[in-house]
Design a protein around this ligand. Structure first.
Ligand SMILES: Cc1ncc(COP(=O)(O)O)c(C=O)c1O
Length: 406
């Protein structure tokens, strides 16, 4: 494809104006929205409003007057349509790691006599570490099996199967309905990590009959660094599952200040401490970037951007090997290419204004966020990468120095 042809795709793109909802710096091609979403244009004003008016002037009255107390469920209701959930099946709370802990513990408690958590090796580290922390008590076992053998690993000893829907390194995507059915067929609960899925690929937890899910607020949902995470419990389980972190905000009547814990009947039972209002305000502004957007068109554009990148890189960069599925339906919205010197290549690429990231030992990872990435940018990114590789300019001490790339 030529640059003009890429420009023509942008001109014909019905979603191109959505980019105006973001404040992206000049001279940067941002292909890391799968790690930290870009800043929505409306977020600074929303933060100023929350800080100066709601906090500064409203003071403690804002828990009621500004709707702070309802923010965890109000913001969650805006995530629900992006993941095929009902509004009252989702809550925003804590981090993804903490939510994994809460749901794993709840699932184990709901399956007495079963002590195994099944997951895959190479799952996102925090998923593995949280499960390992639970197993360190000696009562629980973590069983790992490669993704093509995962279903065989699920037997009558398994309490919960925990998998990341879109793999953080390769973007490989599980068949959510098939794995969920297999887990449930063996009597286990299914817990999906949607961190690389929500806002990027079609997710229908309801249609998949999913039991439990978690996900990040700061990636495709544009909630800002360290944004609070979300947690999903299917309606049919809500009365049965309880949080192991029985903080006062999950109590049925927190402001009665009673001595004994009683879980809230709604998803608020998954709250622990006081909700992070500033983070919730930024996440709500992030979610507003999806307002009025046709999800089918959004997903189609994300995949078209990724296809263009794969085609251009494969045509122009002989030293790179595709490490993500070629088939659209089998991957999320990022693409990884392997290069033995991936670290300095990515560092040099970032120095040239193309921001992706590096995932060791050898992956260059590029995220395609259809809300704000253009076809011309994708074309340019591949061109700059090809130029860099052909010149060998990445092979420099400056870029080889280890440190965090992004
Ligand atoms: C699959 C997955 N789960 C969880 C996390 C992060 O969890 P937390 O928000 O607790 O840092 C990430 C971050 O990249 C992730 O990719």
């Amino acid at each position: 494809m030529t640059r003009d042809e890429a420009r023509a795709l942008d001109a014909a793109d019905p979603l191109r104006r959505l980019r105006e909802r973001f404040a992206l710096p000049e001279g940067v091609i941002y292909l890391d929205g799968n790690s930290l979403g870009a800043l929505p244009r409306a977020t600074p004003a929303r933060m100023a409003e929350t800080v100066e008016r709601e906090w500064g002037e409203g003071l403690i009255r804002s828990w009621n007057d500004a709707g702070w107390i309802d923010a965890p469920t109000r913001v969650a209701a805006k995530i629900a349509p992006l993941i095929g959930a009902k509004p009252d099946e989702v809550v925003v709370a804590d981090s993804t790691s903490v939510n994994l802990y809460k749901l794993l513990m709840a699932a184990l408690a709901a399956r007495p006599g079963r002590r195994v958590i099944v997951t895959e090796p190479g799952n996102f580290p925090t998923d593995l570490y949280m499960a390992q922390g639970i197993a360190a008590g000696g009562q629980v076992e973590v069983r790992t099996a490669p993704r093509d053998r995962i279903i065989e690993a699920i037997d009558e000893t398994v309490a919960v199967v925990m998998l990341t829907h879109v793999h953080y390194r390769t973007a490989e995507m599980f068949d959510m309905a098939a794995v969920t059915t297999a887990a449930q067929g063996a009597g286990a609960l299914m817990l999906w990590d949607l961190s690389h899925s929500a806002g990027a690929v079609p997710v229908d937890l309801g249609a998949a009959n999913a039991d439990l899910a978690v996900g990040c607020g700061y990636k495709y949902l544009n909630g800002g660094p360290g944004a609070p995470a979300f947690l999903y419990v299917a309606e049919r389980h809500q009365a049965l599952l309880t949080s192991p972190l029985t903080g006062w905000m999950g109590h049925a009547a927190p402001f009665e200040f009673g001595d004994d814990y009683a879980p809230c009947p709604t998803m608020r039972r998954w709250l622990c401490g006081t909700p992070p209002i500033l983070g919730l305000a930024a996440l709500e502004a992030g979610l507003a970037t999806f307002d009025g957007v046709d999800p089918t068109a959004l997903y189609a554009k994300g995949q078209a951007l990724a296809d263009l990148f794969v085609a251009e890189v494969e045509a122009k960069c002989p030293g790179l090997t595709l490490a993500s599925p070629r088939e659209r339906t089998q991957r999320g919205s990022h693409i990884s290419f392997a290069h033995t010197d991936g670290f300095p290549v990515m560092a040099a690429l970032i120095a040239r204004g193309v921001i992706g990231d590096f995932r060791g030992p050898d992956l260059l990872r590029f995220g395609f966020t259809p809300l704000y990435t253009s076809f011309e940018e994708v074309w340019r990114a591949a061109d700059i990468l090809a130029d860099l590789l052909a010149s060998g300019a990445w092979d420099d001490e400056r870029y080889r120095a280890r440190g965090k790339v992004t």
